[in-house]
Design a protein around this ligand. Structure first.
Ligand SMILES: [Ca+2]
Length: 165
């Protein structure tokens, strides 16, 4: 951490010198981005959910307060989400969507029949997306979101595969 801060300061000073002298065009490596978050809470007044417990958040692009991953770097990304329902509660199903900029892209879907509605079950969706800086990815538009199990069997993760530059 200390080394990174010093390196940043060094680069800022030397980049200024380079620009001032009009000698070079400098391209910085954009760094990586990856996260994993678990447990579930429903965003108040919505059908969107958040995964409030962060296990890993390199780059800090996932926000556990609202469950939204915001792309900092344009590029190709991979995301995966799983929602689980606990054993014993009689709920038809708990479908959700993986959403990009509030548009449903991938459906997380399991629908047991009749008496099997009391089973514990999980639904997963995974997808690659090309994102621009500022694009938002989250899990939402859920049905009966209050019945999703808030445990480590419900999780949301993603990472930058390849930056555009
Ligand atoms: Ca059912």
């Amino acid at each position: 951490m200390h080394l990174a801060i010093n390196l940043k300061a060094f680069m800022a000073v030397n980049l200024f010198k380079l620009v001032k002298n009009k000698e070079y065009v400098v391209v910085f490596h954009t760094g990586s981005s990856a996260f994993t978050a678990v447990n579930v809470a429903v965003n108040t007044g919505t059908t969107d959910i958040r995964f409030p417990t962060v296990l890993y958040n390199e780059g800090g692009d996932y926000n556990p307060a609202n469950g939204v991953y915001t792309a900092r770097v344009p590029g190709v990304y991979w995301f995966s989400a799983t929602v689980s329902k606990g054993l014993g509660t009689d709920v038809d199903y708990v479908p959700c969507y993986l959403r990009v900029n509030s548009e449903n892209k991938i459906r997380l879907y399991t629908d047991p029949m009749l008496e099997n509605d009391r089973d514990g079950y999980s639904s997963t969706g995974s997808a690659a997306f090309r994102l621009q800086a500022g694009d938002r990815v989250q899990v939402g538009d859920c049905t009966r979101a209050e019945s999703i199990l808030s445990y480590i069997s419900s999780h949301f993760s993603g990472f930058l595969i390849k930056p555009d530059f």
